[in-house]
Design a protein. Structure first.
Length: 371
């Protein structure tokens, strides 16, 4: 039995990764469960996720070790740093035959350095606890090489102890089925569309995208489509509603599957200050859509081959972002559709599941030798 463990289940790229992994493992006849604390309206059908802590974090922390002891999964894979510390601490005492694998999807250094006050103190404490406990885990994974380097530096670990496994995002057998008509917000397809898909939060820099789009609109006709939800959603809506180009902008909110929306767009833009990987970049490439991203830590450059498969611009530079968007409109920087789709195959579920199963098998063999 494999557990994919999350502290909460909300609408985001991490949750889609978990679903893809679970489905990939099941296709290999593995027994797998997605376990999460609270349901915050994440993706998936009812029954795909088991919720064990509807009352919050304390219920999760107090009950989780005993639940693992009772149900005895062979492997627990967690993406939550605090939970990783907690279940690794209790493993030898309560469930020594269970392997704990920690998968790092976000930068440790970026949020910690930007945080202040209580949040900074909390992140420093978690980092210290990770340094103490994670050497006793049975596997460490990072979703990009740059993120693995960040993890090694922050936790004083040898880089060689961390396995890089890119996020599994593209199901090639379902790709054509996903390219179906959606509730498209624009009256026609005659005008190029730039799309953003993801969480609407401060580090994603929607303000930068809005500034760049306004610069583009000064010289070119184009539209802007923003998918997602988050704390910056109200501000983004205010920008659009108070603008003279309101009719060429749309904010549909969260959608179940962003692929059909990407497929009808001209280019995807990811203007973040930092990323763990950049899931939407692969999703856009799988649709043959042009990609523009800030060259932020720690994923976009790796996904885009240093700029071979899409344009990379400096972090926080609205003019450079606008220039890249104009390059797409003017045909000055375009990657062939087949090249983009071929690149996306490197991030398939098959590749990721095979790599994880290698870790699981190796961990199980080591534990059997110890017990």
């Amino acid at each position: 039995m494999i557990w994919l463990l999350a502290s909460r289940w909300e609408a985001g790229g991490l949750e889609r990764v978990q679903l893809n992994l679970a489905r990939g493992f099941k296709e290999r006849t593995c027994s797998v469960s997605i376990i999460a604390g609270r349901d915050l309206n994440g993706p998936g059908d009812n029954g795909e996720v088991t919720f064990i802590a509807p009352r919050g974090a304390w219920q999760m922390l107090l009950g989780l070790p005993w639940r693992i002891r009772r149900e005895r999964p062979h492997v627990v894979v967690t993406t939550s740093n605090d939970i990783a510390v907690w279940i690794t601490f209790w493993r030898r005492i309560l469930y020594p035959s269970t392997a704990v694998v920690v998968a790092q999807h976000l930068s440790l250094s970026g949020p910690r350095r930007r945080a202040r006050g209580f949040v900074r103190a909390k992140l420093e404490l978690i980092r210290w606890a990770m340094r103490v406990t994670l050497t006793r885990s049975q596997g460490l994974v990072a979703v990009s090489a740059a993120l693995a380097a960040d993890m090694a530096s922050e936790l004083n670990l040898p880089y060689s102890s961390i396995r890089v496994i890119h996020n599994p995002l593209v199901r090639m057998d379902e790709m054509q089925e996903n390219l179906i008509s959606q509730a498209w917000p624009f009256p026609d397809d005659d005008v190029p569309v730039f799309i953003y898909a993801g969480r609407l939060s401060s580090e994603k820099r929607l303000d930068l995208l809005w500034e760049a789009f306004q610069l583009v609109r000064a010289t070119h006709l184009a539209r802007l489509l923003i998918l997602g939800q988050g704390p910056e959603g109200a501000r983004v809506a205010q920008w659009i509603e108070g603008s003279s180009i309101q009719g060429d902008c749309a904010l549909p909110g969260q959608v179940e599957d962003a692929l059909p929306w990407m497929a009808r767009s001209t280019a995807l833009v990811l203007p973040s200050d930092y990323e763990g990987f950049g899931n939407v970049l692969v999703e856009a490439m799988s649709c043959g859509v042009q990609v523009i991203a800030t060259d932020c830590p720690h994923g976009p450059s790796e996904v885009l081959g240093g700029g071979q498969f899409g344009q990379l611009v400096p972090v926080g530079d609205a003019r450079a972002l606008a220039h890249a968007m104009r390059n797409v409109l003017d045909g000055k920087r375009r990657v062939a559709v087949e090249t983009l789709r071929e690149r996306s195959k490197a991030f398939s579920i098959d590749v990721a599941c095979a790599a994880y199963l290698e870790i699981f098998n190796s961990a199980s063999e080591r534990l059997q030798g110890q017990n």
